[in-house]
Design a protein around this ligand. Structure first.
Ligand code: IMP
Length: 191
């Protein structure tokens, strides 16, 4: 029995554990190994997309054996609920200049691809030495624009998931597992 079922007050909204913390941990280690190998001899700037990538980024950078700096960007597009409006804008920009740097964009999940596509265009224009994408979860069924993904944790089905940084109306980010939200919870919220 998973921990959240018994003591989480929102437990009734959650359907099942899709990826438990042990599976996530194993995969994050593997991603860390690949990234460390690929960037050997170089210094990395890991850019987390707030707020969803916060926990993934924190775990990932601790698995890296290359020097790494951290920065964050915050974007808006999702309002309340589970559907993107399609419009993306930067709410908080980077603090560091990325020109000439090796930038790794770290994202929790790629859904339509609009967020990453938008950020990649903006970041490319700032002339980094290299620009790659690392995502924990990929939901390819809902893609509207293609996104080049260099490192992917898990490909998942088209379900709304929460936990490990991912939220539903700002809730559930703190769960250690990645859990499927019941469809009844967000049905009616979608556009
Ligand atoms: P995209 O622009 O449609 O690719 O959306 C990416 C963003 O949508 C992610 O950073 C998440 O914030 C949000 N998102 C998409 N699918 C989910 C999900 O299943 N759970 C939680 N957030 C999601």
């Amino acid at each position: 029995m998973h921990g959240w079922v018994g003591h989480n007050v929102y437990g009734a909204e959650l359907e099942r554990v899709l990826l438990d913390s042990a599976a996530i941990d194993r995969r994050v280690r593997e991603l860390g190994d690949s990234i460390s190998r690929d960037y050997a001899g170089r210094e990395l700037l890991a850019v987390g997309i707030l707020k969803g990538a916060l926990i993934f980024l924190a775990d990932l950078v601790r698995r890296l054996t290359v020097p790494v700096a951290i920065d964050f960007v915050a974007v808006g597009s999702y309002g309340a609920g589970t559907e993107s409006s399609g419009a993306v804008r930067i709410l908080k920009d980077l603090e560091q200049d990325i020109a000439g740097r090796h930038v790794l964009l770290v994202e929790d999940i790629v859904d339509t691809g609009l967020t990453l596509n938008y950020l990649l265009e903006i970041f490319r224009a700032r002339a980094p030495a290299s620009l790659r994408v690392c995502v924990l979860l990929d939901k390819p069924e809902r893609r509207r624009v293609p996104v080049p993904i260099d490192y992917c944790g898990f490909v998942i089905p088209d379900e709304f998931v929460v936990g490990y940084g991912l939220d539903y109306n700002e809730r559930y980010r703190h769960l250690s597992d990645i859990v499927v939200l019941r469809r009844e919870v967000y049905r009616g919220n979608s556009v």
